[in-house]
Design a protein around this ligand. Structure first.
Ligand code: ARG
Length: 564
């Protein structure tokens, strides 16, 4: 909502009725024939002891303002019609003056959000689930920053646990250093698979694995050096992916880092009287909260995933004193996070309620054939290279002389995958169907990329960018143009929605809507060949659209391309 206009509405209502309503009571009307802004008079009428329609009628009659043409009652709603020239100038001024800062706010000033996301497991492939977590976390981080929050992003590697005992056992028995160096993650995965095959007939392997993990936990040099080798090699592989995705996280930590804080954590829990023994294991009984018991230590004394998460969370609050803590992790771990947060509550951490599990559904591939180089996991690497190859083909057929084809294909392919990821609210499962997600005419990343490139290409033909000057501005009155302005206006609010509900989907669908509105405008109106009166205004509108598309794409982790 444009503040200049909404303030005027609020002040009018305050003056006429003595009631001060919240800005959130002002909405956009469903369509432009009904005006621009609407206020439902339900609450207001209660306070005034009249019926809503009567309230709306009375107020409409009294309304007059230099910013508005008129107000009109429609049933219980009071609809406001802005003066189009002022409204359009206000939006153009905001977008074109603030440029890449358009949409940013300072509502988060002085507040810190700590986001944990990506968090792949070492010695295992980076699969599309981790990709989804990475995209969600990255888009949320960017959005929080745009809203003025300070952010800290953490990559919490799965680098500890009994599985490393198995891996070391397998490597010592069957491992080959050459193969390990050559293709570390697939090789380690194959060793892990072999372990599970062999253990069916040789149960001594199970004991050997337990012993090796105990050695890890006791900091045995041989165990640790093998583990470290696996970890470093895995990290190098992940790093290659992150650089393809343009992702950086502030902290790389991992479960292993909390190994030496397990005892301290257990002691604190014990001191609070929260622990008890159960069949030789140490647990926190959460029955009162209708949750299954939380396992802290196994009978052999080994720590668990949850134990390490407790230590990590306590450490993060101590170090970072966050105002909000966000974990972007798939739906299957819902119970785990419920237990984690409940234990914080039991420890009387007042900040427990500021911790959120931002969960998400799984990704499936329609074309399963390509997915199974390693078991059932769908590898990001495979999906990325397939997307790039397919986009390169589309570019070849649509624009064979395009410069920078490799970089362009890379950006558009990544954009296609990110938009596919954000194609619905995060709790929904998504299916990657190549024919759908790469279609330049669908509700897709490529569609937004093409739209951006179209705007850029129009503007390249203008000798100099138009400088916005309200005194020479000519109002654009067609429905397509007005619709486009209204969408541009909504951008800042969209970002608040994303942060409030942890839903980058709001932004991706906004960008698709903006692209559609721009294409409709472009289809109906000439920009460069327009008569002089409108040419300037339409160029400015194109500049503003391009700017907002770019700002939004960047928040989602997508780089625009100016030619396609
Ligand atoms: N490494 C885990 C996995 O791949 C995700 C870690 C989530 N974060 C946490 N603090 N438990 O499933």
């Amino acid at each position: 909502m444009l503040e200049k206009f909404s303030k005027e509405i609020l002040a009018f209502i305050q003056k006429e009725t003595g009631v001060s309503i919240a800005p959130t009571n002002i909405e956009h009307t469903p369509n432009l024939e009904m005006g621009d802004y609407a206020v439902g008079c339900f609450e207001l009428s209660k306070k005034l002891k009249k019926n809503p329609a009567e309230t709306a009628r009375d107020l409409a009659q009294k309304f007059s303002s230099p910013l508005f043409e008129k107000a009109q009652a429609q049933g219980p709603y009071l609809n406001f019609f802005v003066k189009k020239d002022l409204y359009q100038c206000e939006i153009l001024k905001d977008v074109l003056n603030q440029k890449e800062r358009y949409g940013t706010k300072n509502i988060g000033q002085g507040k810190k959000v700590v986001l944990e996301y990506s968090s792949p497991n070492i010695a295992k492939p980076f699969h599309v689930g981790h990709f989804r977590a990475t995209n969600l976390g990255n888009a949320l981080k960017n959005t929080y920053q745009a809203l003025g929050y300070q952010t800290v992003s953490i990559n919490y590697l799965g680098d500890w646990g009994t599985q490393f005992g198995k891996l070391i056992t397998a490597y010592k028995k069957w491992g080959d250093p050459q193969q390990l160096k050559k293709d570390p993650i697939p090789y380690l995965t194959s060793l892990y698979v072999k372990f599970h095959e062999e253990v069916k007939t040789d149960t001594t392997l199970e004991d050997a694995a337990r012993a090796w993990f105990q050695k890890c936990e006791a900091q045995d040099p041989e165990a640790l050096s093998l583990w470290k080798q696996f970890k470093d090699l895995s990290l190098q592989e992940f790093q290659k992916l992150y650089s393809q995705l343009n992702i950086t996280l502030d902290e790389v930590s991992g479960e292993s880092q909390y190994n030496d804080q397990i005892q301290k954590t257990i002691d604190t829990l014990k001191a609070k009287g929260l622990t008890q023994k159960s069949e030789g294991a140490l647990i926190v009984d959460l029955e009162k909260d209708k949750l299954p018991p939380a396992l802290l230590l196994k009978t052999d004394g080994a720590s668990l995933y949850l134990t390490r998460d407790i230590a990590a969370l306590l450490d993060r609050y101590e170090r970072l004193a966050f105002d909000q803590k966000i974990y972007v992790v798939g739906i299957p771990q819902t119970l785990h996070f419920k237990q984690l947060f409940k234990i914080m509550e039991r420890m009387e951490k007042t900040w427990a309620k500021s911790c959120h599990h931002v969960a998400f559904g799984t990704i499936r591939l329609k074309d399963q054939a390509m997915s199974t180089r390693m078991g059932t996991a769908i590898l990001l690497e495979d999906v990325l290279s397939k997307a790039k190859a397919k986009i390169a083909k589309i570019i070849q057929s649509k624009n064979p002389n395009l410069k920078n084809q490799t970089e362009t294909a890379k950006r558009v392919a990544l954009g296609a995958l990110i938009f596919a990821d954000f194609g619905s609210k995060r709790m929904k499962d998504v299916t990657f169907d190549w024919d759908i997600i790469l279609n330049p005419e669908g509700d897709t990343g490529p569609y937004v990329h093409y739209t951006y490139a179209r705007a850029a290409s129009i503007l390249r033909k203008v000798k100099q960018g138009e400088i916005f000057n309200p005194s020479t501005y000519n109002t654009l009155a067609s429905p397509e143009e007005q619709a486009l302005f209204r969408i541009l206006e909504r951008y800042p609010n969209t970002l608040e929605g994303v942060a409030g509900d942890f839903e980058p989907f709001y932004l991706s669908s906004y960008l698709i809507e903006l692209s559609k509105a721009f294409n409709r405008f472009y289809h109906h109106h000439r920009v460069l060949q327009a008569e002089m009166t409108f040419q300037k205004s339409r160029i400015l509108l194109t500049q503003a659209t391009k700017q907002v598309l770019e700002n939004g794409l960047r928040l989602l982790g997508v780089l625009p391309v100016s030619e396609l």
